[in-house]
Design a protein around this ligand. Structure first.
Ligand SMILES: Cc1cc2nc3c(=O)[nH]c(=O)nc-3n(C[C@H](O)[C@H](O)[C@H](O)COP(=O)(O)O)c2cc1C
Length: 241
């Protein structure tokens, strides 16, 4: 027998205690859903990480819209435990590039990355040169908020911070691609220099940074293949235990 809603959400008590509004939702035909699903997957399959950008300017409003999209991400207890810090200032980008190159020199040349890691990176050909951090018109750094800083200075707990920031990062990347720009999730770790250069607070920790801009004409990307669906999707029809 099919399950039924014996406990509708919200309960009358809940609705009396906290505000609720009708869901804004557009019902589509199953044919339209199938078409949109396929078109979206195809479009996302065209997304690639780019490591050479032009210096063509990008409007601040466009970056703001991408962050607005990212900040719609679901988050643990709706804490939205993120801050996106954006810069197009040449001196700030230069400072980030210099510090990133310093860390990456130790990673790549000083053997801070073990052999297995370096082997995995070999087909991508990444190294300690990060010119793109100065040339791309924008760098956007996503900081995770390890805890909440309340206006009176008290600390509040955040929940599922990494999961929430991961989803926000995914939506940011999707927004940038969908609007017709390119980015690279970049993690020149350790990334504590970003806290210093960008003057951030103690409750924030750099999660990932994104140079954003137009790809250089004729730019090459590694000829990598994505796992087939059969490797990443498992459909279960019966309880296993
Ligand atoms: C969390 C994360 C960190 C990454 N860090 C770097 C990085 O520091 N440098 C880099 O060149 N690429 C970095 N990448 C990009 C990956 O190498 C890239 O996503 C992967 O090779 C697949 O290529 P694609 O993005 O073009 O599909 C990172 C990606 C993710 C998701």
């Amino acid at each position: 027998m099919a399950a039924e809603y014996e406990h509708p959400y919200p309960s009358p008590e809940l609705a009396a205690a906290h505000p609720f509004v009708p869901l804004d939702f557009e019902h589509r035909s199953s044919a339209e859903i199938a078409a949109r699903a396929g078109a979206f997957a195809d479009e996302m399959d065209r997304r690639r990480s780019v490591r050479m950008f032009t210096d063509t300017p990008v409007d601040k409003a466009v970056i703001a819209a991408a962050v607005r999209a990212a900040s719609t991400a679901p988050s643990g207890a709706h804490k939205q435990p993120w801050t996106f810090v954006a810069t197009q200032a040449p001196a700030v980008k230069r400072a980030i590039r210099n510090a990133a190159e310093e860390e990456e020199r130790v990673n790549y040349l000083g053997n801070r990355m073990n052999d297995e890691w370096q082997h995995a990176l070999a087909p991508l050909g990444t190294d300690h040169h990060k010119e793109f951090l100065e040339i791309a018109p924008w760098i956007v750094v996503l900081f995770e908020q390890r805890y909440e800083l309340r206006p009176e200075g008290e600390r509040g707990k955040n929940y599922y911070v990494k999961e929430s920031c991961g989803i926000a990062a995914g939506i940011f990347v999707t927004a940038i691609h969908t609007m017709g720009l390119a980015t690279l999730p970049h993690t020149p770790s350790p990334m504590a220099f970003l806290t210093r250069v960008l003057g951030r607070l103690d409750n924030e920790r750099p999660f990932v940074m994104f140079p954003v801009g137009y790809p250089l004409d004729g730019v090459l990307v590694p000829d990598i293949k994505r796992k087939p669906l059969s490797d990443v999707l498992v459909v279960v029809d019966e309880p296993c235990a």
